[in-house]
Ligand binder design. Structure first.
Ligand code: PLP
Length: 436
């Protein structure tokens, strides 16, 4: 999103004036709802959706928003209003999607470890596509579908074994990863699926990884999918309708980053998809919401240790785990710090873990107690990866639309966090089945 500075909108180290998202000053928002808090821009989500939708317009397509990037109900409702479908990876996400009015047919169900219960829930909801990732999953799904008297619309998720230049934890489409069916085994499995009662082979799918800024892995993966489609058609399969090329579109986290060029992405994808005659499904998450979000946090204390200047803030790895988990770099902007000298600072959270930091050795305006920090690029894989470690309540989430804001998730209350626990155990005989 655009972070508007009243002293001009130059990114970078100078002019850290009063910061706004859309028409709303963040300092007023932080006063109103407290910190830490996630803030999302509706305008940014709309703009990203429109850009991708327009780029893919030459072929019949649907954008299935990947719920796991940010599953807030208001974000889901916003994307539904724009025409998106969803990509989910659990029945919990199915419940969220249904709660804001998505129909089963709007849903693609991905994920490497769906349980029988999740399969039953998906079939009952009439999910449009279940992407299967192994032979055993395929057999289990067929069994579940037959037992339910239904036919499961399936895709086979291919591991196209392409090399992607991203963090090892977010590379999913390379050899030896747990995701997908190795591409040289897909044809046999798909032919079997096509003959299996209880299954309808609707699609071929891939998801090569996350935060990918080069077009090459998408193009190479898609080439593999199309090769498989050709072989299946030659083998007599007539039910294929969808090419699902996953998500993974990379965004800009820092000024020097090169984001994925949407036009180049579309140019690589569109002609291939058109030649196949199939419907295109894409599953972006981060691309739609990553830069729509900021995390607001305040400086609690400053200290010096071993020659380092350390700022302790009121948000930590429980609120945003990306710096610790992926060594992710997030830009930190200081509200109202215009004209201050810059100092090399460690920005750390209050959690009892040395890995609990947002930035090390960061060039920042000299921080003061109470300063409001804006951690950018936190709309995706931010709130959804929060935890309650150290019995910390989860932060609230706020949606901004022009000069209005709405709290779309309340701050968790410490008392409410005790619900469902039992200090006095209620003992059961060994093998009794109990509800948990
Ligand atoms: C996580 C995931 C996505 C979304 O990834 P982004 O990098 O956020 O676009 C899409 N499809 C599948 C199957 C996923 O697991």
């Amino acid at each position: 999103m655009r972070l508007v500075r009243q002293a001009g909108d130059e990114r970078g180290r100078v002019g850290q004036g009063v910061l706004s998202v859309e028409g709303l000053e963040l300092r007023a928002l932080a006063e109103a709802v407290g910190t830490p808090v996630y803030v999302y821009s509706t305008a940014h989500v709309r703009a990203q959706y429109a850009a991708l939708d327009a780029a893919l317009a030459p072929v019949p397509h649907r954008i299935h928003y990947s719920v796991k990037a940010n599953g807030n109900l208001a974000i889901l409702a916003l994307l539904r209003s724009l025409g998106a479908g969803v990509d989910i990876v659990s029945s919990g996400e199915l419940v969220r999607a249904r709660a804001v009015g998505f129909a089963g047919s709007d849903v693609v169900f991905s994920g490497v470890g769906k349980t029988r219960e999740e399969m039953r829930a998906a079939l009952a909801a009439g999910v449009g596509l279940l992407n299967v990732e192994s032979e055993e999953e395929l057999d289990t799904l067929a069994e579940v579908a037959r037992a339910e008297g239904r036919t499961a619309p399936i895709g086979i998720r291919v591991n196209p074994e392409v090399t992607v230049d991203t963090h090892p934890y977010t590379a999913t489409g390379s050899k030896g990863k747990k995701f997908g069916v190795p591409h040289d085994e897909v044809e046999a499995l798909a032919l079997r699926a096509a003959r299996t009662k209880g299954l309808r082979l609707r699609g071929i799918a891939m998801h090569v990884g996350s935060q990918i800024v080069d077009v090459a892995p998408f193009a190479a993966g898609l080439e593999r999918l199309l090769d498989i489609v050709r072989r299946l058609r030659a083998g007599g399969v007539t039910t294929l309708e969808v090419l699902d090329i996953g998500g993974g579109l990379g965004i800009r986290y820092r000024e020097s980053d090169r984001p994925l060029d949407v036009a180049a992405y579309a140019a690589a994808v569109v002609p291939q998809v058109r030649s196949s005659g199939l419907f295109l499904a894409v599953e972006p998450g981060r691309f739609l919401v990553g830069n729509a979000g900021v995390l607001l946090t305040r400086v609690l204390y400053r200290k010096k240790s071993g020659g380092r200047l350390i700022a302790v803030i009121d948000a930590g790895m429980t609120d945003l785990i990306r710096p610790s988990h992926y060594q992710a770099w997030h830009e930190i902007v200081v509200d109202g710090a215009e004209g201050r000298p810059h100092v090399c600072t460690d920005v750390v959270g209050p959690i009892c873990e040395s890995g609990d930091f947002f930035a090390l050795d960061r060039d920042l305006p000299a921080l003061e107690q109470g300063d409001l920090l804006v951690v950018r690029g936190t709309g995706a894989y931010g709130f959804v990866m929060t935890s309650t470690y150290n019995a910390r309540p989860r932060p609230p989430e706020v949606l901004v639309d022009g000069d209005r804001f709405a709290v779309v998730r309340d701050r968790e209350l410490p008392d409410a966090m005790l619900a469902g626990e039992h200090a006095a155990p209620e003992w059961h005989a060994a093998a009794a089945a109990v509800a948990t």
